[in-house]
Each structure stands twice: as C-alpha cells, then as structure tokens.
Write a protein that binds this ligand. Structure first.
Ligand code: 5GP
Ligand code: ZN
Length: 149
C-alpha cells in the first residue's frame, strides 16, 4: 500500500534492521527500542491490523513470533517478554499495517508499563458475559448458516 512505512520496509524501499524474513513475513527492530531487542513481526502483505488479517497469515505470524521471542530472550538474556498487538487508534495503534510487538523484559523497572486496572468491584460480570455470549452466538450461527448455503 502506498505511503505505508511497513510496506516500504518489506519492499526494501527504506531500510530496516531485519532480523528474520521468509515468504510471508519479516521481523525487524522497532525504532523506539522500548526495551533492548524490541522487535516487530509484520506480514509482507498489507493488512490494517489483527481484525482484518488473513487467518492463514496470522497463524504463520504467531508461529514465527513464538520462535523469535524464544530466540530474543535467549540471545539477550531477558527474563520474559510481552507479546502484543494494538488494533485501531483507540488501542494505541499508530502504524496501520498489522504488526506484533515482541518486547523482551529484563526486570520490573523496565521502561514499559502495562497496567491492568482492577474494575471487578465496579462492573456486573454476568451482564457483560451475557452480552458477549449473545454476540458470539449470533456470529457463529450466522457463519454456519452462510457456510451451508
Ligand atoms: P503501534 O503503536 O502501531 O502498535 O506500534 C508502531 C511501532 O512502530 C512503534 O513502536 C514505533 O516505534 C515503530 N515504528 C514507527 N515507524 C517506524 C520505522 O520507520 N521503522 C521502525 N523500525 N519502527 C517504526
Ligand atoms: Zn503496509
């Protein structure tokens, strides 16, 4: 896609520190280096994010991500990693080409903070469960109906 920075890195139109590449994807160091070794795994084909990526491509990317995460942890002597993807601006996505972040973790004072606020006392979990469940039920029933046509 025109004017997409990650398409340009994938097509070698602009440089990237590429640490892995195959037919479907590549992985390169994130410029920001939130922690040392911060890496992005990116499909060569342009998809906006996890919400529209082809499921075969996604499955390949996850396998590559697992392998690379283990390698990065070993090579950099990290203690673990955050593996995450942002979908749409509201979730912090700034580059609209699907990518998975591998962020190696060294200790609790790393310069990355992922904080899950505990809202369990404020919400009605049964109500949320029912809403989510009904939506899934409708979606899968519709998919089954369409598949049988
Ligand atoms: P997002 O916020 O969309 O999940 O993450 C986008 C990431 O891409 C950011 O962590 C940012 O540092 C990284 N990034 C943005 N532009 C470039 C670039 O030109 N090259 C590389 N290697 N990383 C980039
Ligand atoms: Zn792109």
């Amino acid at each position: 896609m025109e004017n997409c920075i990650f398409c340009k890195i994938a097509n070698k139109e602009i440089p990237g520190k590429i640490v892995y590449e195959d037919d479907l994807c590549l992985a390169f160091l994130d410029l920001s280096q939130t922690t040392n070794g911060h890496t992005l795994v990116v499909p060569k084909t342009h998809y906006q994010n996890i919400l529209d990526v082809d499921k075969e491509v996604l499955s390949h990317l996850i396998k590559v991500t697992k392998k690379l995460t283990n390698q990065i942890i070993t090579n950099l002597d990290a203690k673990g990693a955050n593996v995450l993807t942002n979908a749409n601006e509201v979730a912090g996505q700034t580059v609209m080409h699907f990518h998975i972040h591998i962020i190696p973790r060294y200790n609790e004072t790393d310069q990355i903070k992922i904080d899950f606020t505990d809202r369990s006392q404020e919400v009605d979990l049964d109500n949320i469960f029912n809403i989510v469940n009904i939506l899934f039920y409708c979606l899968f029933t519709l998919q089954d109906m369409l598949a049988s046509l």
